[in-house]
Design a protein. Structure first.
Length: 423
């Protein structure tokens, strides 16, 4: 049986549903193929800022308190998130309150007032969120690394924007952005759990008149690299946060599953190579992990860790050495099976509740334009061989493609440049 069904409304807006017979709740989502990558330098941060403003009041529900009060009154939870390529909004509640959840959610997205006074007030909130982000090296190293990889183009900018662009935002800035990107072909509604009766008819009533029409696309990413690169953000601290990584494959790629298992062997879980070598054997870090981060036209395989500043050279050498080893030597059969079972197990766990199930389907539909079934992913993981992983590793994990980002009490890039060698 298929987990998902897709219906396209007459205006081009897609609806993805995932019935779950055991569920007593329902998760209602609106997801947009629009995020910070769809901004210009002058509007950087507007996608995230708009996410905040959708909760501030509509014509029907003039205040944030009224919106929150309606969701509280049904015992629901609601929130939103902004990434570089998509934005999502959701309400999760008991199944009998589905229509209330949909009404509030869609009213927020379609009829928010973007009141000028509220915008000015919220600028202070965004700036403080920004300060928290900059003061949290474990999070901010993500921005330092992305700027190193992609430079002055949207994938290289922080999702949250800059203080200058946030403070300069006006009501028209939001309306222009939404008019450009928040159109039916880029919008997907998703509902999972105990769906109830008349769902499609209700969604047609609420969303059937969303504006259709082509929106265009953001410019494709550009990058080139022929030598290792280093970017430091000097900050006094007792711990350095580092990322070591390489450019890799986009979301839709024939070797996507081999790359996923490569990342798992390298840094997925507490028995991965990086965790074992960096934390357990050498005691150089509390946290360390590796992952593949894919976009529609590019990607990156990286490792991140918070390391002892007194032994940072040893930590960097060890991480770089593990990158080199996985490119030069085939992994062991038991490593492949463990990684395969780890990836499949994490997938199954993520799909057990309505929210996780519909998020899986929506991310695929929004970013890839097609629904992947969980069974398709499991089949793809099952098909990966040791030879596949080694071929992918040799293709992307190259010394001349290494990138190193750091936040900590260091200001000499040459010191780390010398460490970016497989040995």
């Amino acid at each position: 049986m298929k987990a998902f069904e897709k219906t396209t409304l007459p205006n081009g807006l897609r609806v993805v549903t995932a019935p779950m017979s055991h569920a007593k709740s329902v998760a209602c989502f609106l997801m947009l193929a629009a995020g910070s990558r769809y901004e210009t330098r002058d509007t950087n941060g507007i996608a995230h800022f708009a996410e905040h403003m959708f909760f501030k009041g509509t014509e029907n529900r003039p205040t944030a308190r009224q919106i929150a009060g309606e969701i509280d009154a049904i015992g629901g939870e609601f929130n939103a998130f902004t990434s570089k390529e998509y934005t999502g909004y959701y309400v999760k509640c008991a199944a009998e309150h589905r229509d209330t959840a949909l009404d509030v959610l869609i009213d927020m997205i379609r009829h928010s007032k973007f009141d000028a006074e509220e915008i000015e007030r919220e600028k202070g909130v965004i700036v403080e969120e920004m300060n928290m982000y900059y003061d949290t090296p474990r999070d901010y190293v993500d921005g330092v690394y992305d700027e190193l990889l992609y430079g002055d183009q949207p994938l290289g900018w922080d999702i949250i924007g800059t203080k200058e662009t946030v403070r300069a935002a006006k009501r028209e800035t939001f309306l222009d952005y939404l008019d450009r990107w928040y159109r039916a072909p880029r919008m997907v509604a998703g509902v999972s759990g105990a769906l109830g009766e008349g769902l499609l008819e209700r969604l047609q009533e609420l969303l059937g008149d969303v504006q259709n029409g082509a929106t265009g696309n953001p410019p494709p990413v550009e990058w080139s690299q022929d030598a290792p690169r280093v970017k430091l953000h000097t900050k006094q601290s007792d711990q350095a946060h580092i990322r070591v990584g390489v450019h890799s494959y986009p979301l839709i790629h024939p070797d996507r599953y081999a790359l996923q298992l490569l990342a798992t062997v390298l840094g997925g879980g507490m028995s991965s190579r990086l965790f074992t070598e960096v934390r357990e054997r050498r005691g150089l870090a509390y946290y360390i992990y590796g992952q593949q981060q894919g976009y529609t036209d590019t990607g990156t395989l990286f490792a991140q860790s918070g390391v002892d500043i007194q032994r940072i050279d040893d930590a960097v050498r060890t991480v770089v050495s593990e990158f080199g080893r996985i490119a030069s030597e085939p992994i062991e059969p038991d490593e492949l099976e463990k990684a395969r079972n780890f990836a499949k197990g994490r997938l199954v766990l993520s799909l057990e509740d309505p929210k996780g199930m519909i998020l899986f389907g929506l991310r695929n539909e929004v970013l890839e334009g097609e629904l992947r079934e969980p069974d398709d992913v499991i089949a793809g993981l099952d098909a990966v061989t040791i030879e596949d992983i080694q071929r992918v590793a040799q293709d992307i994990v190259r010394e001349d493609r290494l990138n190193f980002a750091l936040i900590g009490p260091f200001d000499d890039p040459d010191r780390f440049q010398k460490l970016l060698a497989f040995g």
